[in-house]
Design a protein around this ligand. Structure first.
Ligand SMILES: NC(=O)c1ccc[n+]([C@@H]2O[C@H](COP(=O)([O-])OP(=O)(O)OC[C@H]3O[C@@H](n4cnc5c(N)ncnc54)[C@H](OP(=O)(O)O)[C@@H]3O)[C@@H](O)[C@H]2O)c1
Length: 242
């Protein structure tokens, strides 16, 4: 893997050139990244384009593809010693397999179902709210998420992560999660607490895909030259510590 330096742009390969891939390509030059390769599905079915030749000058590959492509992409990239940012959602059942690949190869990877900084803060606020409401069992917790009609997975990875973060406060009381797929919604998530008397809602609404792309590029610069499996929360925490 070429050593990444703070003085030059990080050389990226984009896996997937859909809505997120295009947003990343647009923002990359302003964020210290150079897009050196774009692998679309027509070139990269089953990871076929992930070869030593194609990746010889790449610091980090950024995957915004489809759930079924992620494990094979990670396996091939890690075998080449290329570090990875995965924004694709819907592959969480394979996390143990991905972790084993990263540990065995010594590659570096950051993954997150949501690369928005606002969502990371939303998780913190959600945990604080859940802690308060869990003391009053007549409040029923719930999660609702809404996305554009082309989104392939439901519930969203962000909704599942939100549930994972707050469920421990409610023990065996299952928190229901509901999904809406309609129109062009970039992403909205809400955690509600409902009682006979009132409702409290904590909501995050993405205005565009720009926030996700900003976060993914931050993660790409951060993971260049590192080893291990990290979440976006790690990137934000460890960046703060320098
Ligand atoms: N983490 C975050 O912050 C965040 C934010 C937004 C979206 N997402 C997630 O990111 C993923 C992509 O979102 P999107 O809105 O960009 O979707 P999209 O517009 O459908 O783009 C995905 C693209 O990847 C292509 N693709 C599929 N398999 C591939 C492969 N093996 N190699 C290269 N390209 C491949 C798809 O081609 P075909 O259409 O031909 O299959 C499509 O063009 C989804 O899982 C979404 O949930 C995450």
């Amino acid at each position: 893997m070429p050593a990444a330096t703070e003085n030059r742009a990080i050389r990226l390969a984009l896996l997937g050139y859909g809505k997120m891939g295009k947003m990343l390509a647009q923002l990359a030059p302003e964020r210290g990244c150079e897009v050196c390769a774009i692998l679309e599905i027509d070139r990269n079915a089953d990871g076929a384009a992930i070869t030593r030749e194609n990746f010889k000058d790449i610091d980090v590959a950024v995957d915004f593809t489809v759930p079924g492509a992620v494990v094979e992409n990670v396996r091939r990239l890690a075998a080449l010693g290329v570090n990875i940012v995965v924004g694709t959602t819907g592959w969480n059942d394979h996390l143990a397999e991905v972790r084993a690949i990263i540990e065995k190869t010594g590659a570096g990877m950051v993954y997150a179902p949501n690369f928005s900084i606002g969502v990371q803060l939303f998780y913190r606020i959600a945990r604080a709210a859940a802690e308060q409401f869990s003391r009053f069992p007549h409040y029923a917790p719930y999660v609702i998420e809404a996305h554009h009609q082309a989104k392939k997975d439901a519930p969203s990875g962000t909704a599942l992560e939100l549930k994972r973060q707050v469920q421990p406060f409610f023990g065996s009381r299952e928190i229901p999660v509901s999904s809406v797929r309609a129109g062009f919604i970039p992403g909205a998530h809400e955690l509600g607490f409902d009682s006979e008397a009132d409702t409290l809602i904590v909501r995050h609404t993405a205005r565009s895909r720009r926030g996700f792309a900003e976060g993914a590029l931050l993660a790409a610069r951060w993971v260049a030259g590192k080893q291990g499996l990290f979440t976006f929360a790690d990137v934000l925490e460890l960046s703060k510590e320098g």
